[in-house]
Design a binder for this molecule. Structure first.
Ligand SMILES: Cc1cc2nc3c(=O)[nH]c(=O)nc-3n(C[C@H](O)[C@H](O)[C@H](O)COP(=O)(O)OP(=O)(O)OC[C@H]3O[C@@H](n4cnc5c(N)ncnc54)[C@H](O)[C@@H]3O)c2cc1C
Length: 318
């Protein structure tokens, strides 16, 4: 059986979870085995069924309201092993990155983190992932009986495949000591849209020349309903807050749309944004490395392009 681990925010399935559900369904069809899902937070079983999953293991424990990698690992492993799981698929997001190695050790399972394609199961189990910040693709063979794959965002578009989903309430044997952290409180750092989950992101680079010019980035984000981000160079000089810094040493994001304004596209920046579905680059320098990674590029001065873009987007939004 293939079991996918999915997550919700305020009862809604995350985009990354819809992608792993779609991936799990395709793998289950290819391997001709059953597919189920584990969700430790509240979610609508019919929405899970929409993506082809007929069994949902749901553990309702108020302590799962806040993520705890140690406790979640134990709960997922218990449910997975009790139900004859052979392949576990989970998202390669912040939580998935914390869970996958722990689950791998706990279940003695071979793991490929950040897979970027369906596995080739014709002769064994071979799966690929991007390496060297996306400059090369490596193939891995998993030999163990139980296998774990965490899926890079935007590998596969979410695709519905409706079926009826049965909920199987699942008890776990977690004691309070199985939780390694205690939730105290959370504060929204900025905006309404958390950057790590945003589907649209508008990002500022040093080409903006100063913090006083951030307005056009914020305006663009507001029109689109996007989150704002920035390069490290911009965060380092405090033009934008540090929690917006994306890249190798910042947040890794995979939105559907990433608009980079005045960012050169250094490899350390690309490491955190190159798995975005569509990249738009606005830069004065036609030789800027970012254009090589871009789907659409505008060679131009941000202060001229952005007001026109914002006006056009406003008109488009009606
Ligand atoms: C170990 C290490 C880790 C790092 N981690 C990260 C990381 O996580 N994230 C990150 O972002 N960086 C990271 N960096 C820094 C990275 O190497 C770059 O220095 C940084 O990304 C550059 O930011 P930038 O593109 O905003 O600025 P710049 O490199 O200064 O580029 C500015 C760009 O704006 C263009 N421009 C100038 N004026 C305009 C204008 N008026 N309109 C439009 N375009 C204009 C220029 O042509 C240029 O391409 C790291 C570096 C190291 C060594």
């Amino acid at each position: 059986m293939i079991i996918v681990y999915i997550e919700s925010i305020n009862g809604q399935l995350k985009k990354s979870s819809l992608e792993v559900l779609t991936y799990g369904k395709k793998m289950a069809t290819q391997m001709n085995i059953d597919l189920a899902a584990i969700c430790l937070t509240p979610c609508d079983p019919q929405k899970v069924g929409d993506y082809g999953v007929s069994k949902l293991y749901q553990a309702s424990d108020v302590r799962f309201e806040h993520f705890d990698s140690k406790a979640f690992t134990k709960a997922i492993a218990e449910i997975f092993q009790a139900n004859g799981g052979k392949l576990l698929v989970l998202p390669f997001n912040q939580n998935g990155k914390a869970l996958a190695p722990r689950l791998s050790v706990r279940m003695n399972a071979g793991l490929v983190n950040g897979a970027n394609a369906l596995a080739n199961t014709a002769n064994g189990f071979i799966i690929s992932k991007n390496v060297f910040s996306g400059k090369a693709v490596a193939n891995y063979q998993i030999h163990t009986e139980v296998k774990i794959v965490s899926l890079a965002s935007n590998t596969i578009p979410a695709e519905k495949n409706p079926t009826t989903c049965e909920v199987i309430p699942s008890l776990t044997t977690l004691a309070d000591a199985d939780f390694s952290t205690k939730y105290i409180k959370s504060e929204l750092v900025s905006g309404d849209i958390p950057l790590s989950e945003a589907e649209l992101v508008v990002s500022a680079g040093r080409g903006l020349k100063g913090p006083e010019n951030s307005g056009m980035i914020e305006e663009c984000a507001k029109i689109l309903g996007a989150a704002t981000a920035c390069s490290r160079a911009v965060a380092d000089v405090h033009w934008r807050p540090h929690h917006e810094h994306v890249g190798q040493t910042g947040l890794a994001i995979s939105p559907n749309l990433y608009i980079a304004v005045g960012i050169s596209g250094a490899i350390q920046h690309l490491a955190g944004v190159s798995s975005s579905k569509t990249i738009v680059v606005i830069n004065t320098d036609p030789e800027a490395p970012f254009f090589k990674a871009a789907d659409y590029g505008i060679v131009g001065v941000a202060f001229e392009v952005m007001p026109k873009l914002n006006l056009a987007l406003k008109k488009l939004k009606g």
